[in-house]
Design a protein around this ligand. Sequence first.
Ligand code: MN
Length: 155
Amino acid sequence: MSLTDYKQKRNFKKTPEPKGKENSKKISKKRIFVVHEHNASHHHYDLRLEMKGTLKSWAVPKEPPTEKGTKRLAIAVEDHPLLYAKFEGEIPKGSYGAGTVKIWDEGNCDLIKKTSKEIEVEFHGKKLKGKYVLIKTSYGSTEKQKKKSWLFFKV
Ligand code: MN
């Protein structure tokens, strides 16, 4: 797990986001998750799951499903520091991800299964409750897009 990409994309003199070096502080005994609502150039949601000391993150273009039957595309993005789970604020114009970040849901979760192509978790949030899966897919027109695309849905 590495925060190299996270740090490279940001100028911490300008953005109020947590610095990468704060990564190692575990903020809860239990595994945590957060979903940020990110009103950036494109409004989207960011799903973040605690894994091995960082937040594995996916950008979800539409609201995460709270019921079975809706599949959402989830695009893998750079790992974020654990402290990011508490972040809300305004990323200034001109910065990476400029716009408003709010917590849409948060809580603990249990990791049920994890392979390179499938992650199953049980969420204990306010909106996300119960078992969900992330399944690797190959959606997109470029190799880079295909590599990063997953499907996210409730089971
Ligand atoms: Mn985002």
